[in-house]
Design a protein around this ligand. Structure first.
Ligand SMILES: [Zn+2]
Ligand SMILES: [Zn+2]
Length: 593
């Protein structure tokens, strides 16, 4: 039944998002809904491919000849002068400078032609819903279903449902599904009007809306946290990011890149990164080489270059400057000043506020230049290839002089002046005994909660035990916090003990043999993918085993592969935070560890 106008106004007054419904979506439904958005990934290499024809090879060889950096600048100046003169001849009206040759880039503006359905007033009942089966907008959607699609599975389900509340939920869900399919189609096309659950009287942006991943109501992203969905059991985690993944990836962006960029924090950086073709390609390359396991690292890299682009836009005053424009010898000095501005370069002391960022951007620019070069080679744009080569030459020669030298100096300076604080032995003892005591207490509490069936208490106790155990393993092994924190379930399950029957045992002293029996060895991935051994005592092993046993009750996702995982996220606990927390809880004699 369609809600009557009176019902409608009551619900809208009561609460905007109250018209949701209970029910369950079968996996079959999801497969219907989740069209294959995967864009084909074109494989490319950074190096010259053999596909270049012979006559073009000569030009390439000429363009690849490395000229001395000092000469490069002179050449560029000459080139831009000649370009200017050429243009002045071609246009009679006004002189054209090299600045004005800048072409407005074709930006991949997300959902630029998509609008949101508006309501013409509070007293109008002109809302039409899109039919899930024939995608035609209908004012009386239920009447339409029962007359045209009465043999469809969902319609039969509604027809057979006798429970009024359940029936209303099924109706709302099917209505939302129809609208969702229409919206997805509009977004893929890039033009049209999307239908949202609660229309506003004023125009709103299409990018503001995301579907609820359970009931498919279109809700404003910033309001999703208070969307009371009766289908979903728990409301925890970053729901807006999850919801965004239901929307189609923009044309030309692969699904993995879209997933990665969508999971970034909603701010200017994310918006700029999503709309710049070169940054999107850079992210794709990074995913290709590092894999989605290193999502956090890739996001950091994307943020670095995007922040650089935003700064470059500010410096030039051009809001539509794209990353590809920066990879040009003409803009090299702009790049230098943008980096200096971004990293807080102080001319007086020749030092940086964030020296490492300056170095990282330098490396990123070289990689970006390679990507642009590959694209230029593929499209046989020899002028562009030459320009990029000049840019790379400048990067190699000038970057070190202008940026990297001072950045390294600053880093060195800071290292020299840093006081190295070492913990006092009594403090270490205190910390270790605190960790052991807390861990034993947490373990017994968690065990009690599991045995007694106190499911509400499990997530909190699980987290506490994970925090203490993580800090314990780090202090015991004296390892880098990041390495132990990233301990995966797969690595942990491969833990080994020394084979007591082997010949090696005979050569060991009694004490050594005892120690061998005490510890298990887990091999984890360390810095630069080195193998790092981590020893676990029986106590920590039983703590980790207990943690693993109640993962699902503690709200740990199945996709989370870490032992010290965070509930409702795919992330892991940070070791440094846990160590800090532990040291704060202990009264230390000297400075904090
Ligand atoms: Zn229909
Ligand atoms: Zn919902």
């Amino acid at each position: 039944m369609e809600p009557t106008p009176a019902q409608h106004s009551i619900t809208s007054i009561q609460y905007q998002y109250a018209d949701h419904h209970r029910g369950s979506s079968s996996p079959e439904d999801d497969s219907d809904l989740d069209p294959d958005y995967f864009a084909s990934d074109t494989e490319g290499s950074d190096t010259y491919s053999g596909s270049v024809s012979e006559e073009s090879c000569d030009e390439l060889v000429v363009s690849r000849q490395r000229t001395k950096p000092s000469k490069v600048r002179a050449l560029i100046a000459e080139k831009s002068r000649s370009d200017v003169t050429e243009h002045t001849h071609s246009t009679d009206d006004q002189p054209v400078t090299s600045e004005m040759q800048y072409e407005e880039p074709a930006r991949n503006e997300e959902r630029a032609g998509v609008t949101v359905a508006c309501s013409s007033g509070s007293k109008t009942w002109d809302k039409k819903s899109y039919c899930y089966y024939c995608t035609v907008p209908q004012a009386q959607i239920q009447r339409h279903w029962f007359s045209k699609h009465k043999s469809e599975r969902y319609v039969v389900e509604i027809d057979l449902c006798k429970d009024k509340i359940k029936r209303n939920q099924l109706i709302a869900r099917l209505r939302n599904l129809g609208n969702h399919c229409h919206n997805v189609e509009v977004m893929q096309k890039g033009e049209g009007e999307i239908m949202v659950t609660h229309r506003k009287t004023v125009a709103t942006g299409a990018t503001d809306y995301v579907p609820c991943d359970q009931c498919y109501s279109y809700v404003q992203k910033r309001q999703l946290w208070r969307h009371k969905c009766r289908i979903r059991k728990s409301q925890k985690g970053r729901k807006a990011n999850q919801a965004q993944l239901l929307l189609p990836a923009p044309a030309g962006m692969s699904r993995t890149v879209y997933e990665l960029l969508s999971s970034m924090i909603d701010d200017e950086v994310k918006f700029v990164a999503k709309n710049d073709n070169l940054i999107v390609e850079y992210a794709r390359k990074l995913i290709q080489s590092k894999g989605m396991q290193k999502k956090a690292y890739i996001k950091d890299k994307v943020r670095e270059v995007t922040r650089f682009l935003i700064q470059a836009r500010k410096s030039t005053g051009k809001d539509n400057l794209c990353m590809k424009d920066c990879i040009n010898p003409t803009y090299f000095s702009l790049c230098l000043s943008a980096v200096k501005e971004l990293t807080g370069f102080d001319e007086g002391t020749a030092s940086y506020r964030v020296p490492s960022l300056a170095l990282k951007i330098g490396h990123a620019l070289k990689k970006l230049a390679n990507i642009v070069k590959r694209q230029a080679i593929e499209s046989r744009q020899y002028e562009e290839i030459r320009d990029i080569d000049y840019f790379s030459d400048l990067c190699n020669a000038e970057w070190g002089e202008e940026i990297a030298r001072y950045a390294l100096d600053t880093l060195q300076q800071r290292k020299r002046n840093k006081v190295n604080l070492l913990p006092v032995t009594t403090d270490v003892q205190k910390l270790i005994s605190y960790l052991r005591q807390t861990s034993t207490k947490c373990m017994s509490d968690l065990q009690k909660a599991i045995d007694g069936g106190f499911k509400e208490a499990i997530p909190l106790l699980h987290r506490e035990l994970a925090e203490v155990t993580l800090a314990d393993i780090i202090t015991f092994n004296r390892r880098r916090q990041g390495e132990v924190a990233k301990l995966t379930m797969a690595d942990y399950n491969k833990k080994t003990k020394v084979d007591m029957a082997s010949d090696v045992q005979a050569g060991l002293s009694q004490m050594e043999q005892k120690l061998c029996r005490l510890f298990s060895r887990v091999e984890i991935r360390g810095k630069r993918d080195r193998v790092v051994p981590v020893l676990t005592t029986e106590h920590t092993q039983s703590a980790v085993d207990l943690l693993n046993r109640c993962r699902s009750d503690a709200g740990i996702r199945e996709s989370n592969e870490y032992v010290f995982s965070i509930a409702y996220f795919d992330n892991y606990l940070r070791g440094s935070d846990m160590l800090r927390k532990a040291t704060c809880a202990v009264e230390l004699d000297s400075h904090p560890l």
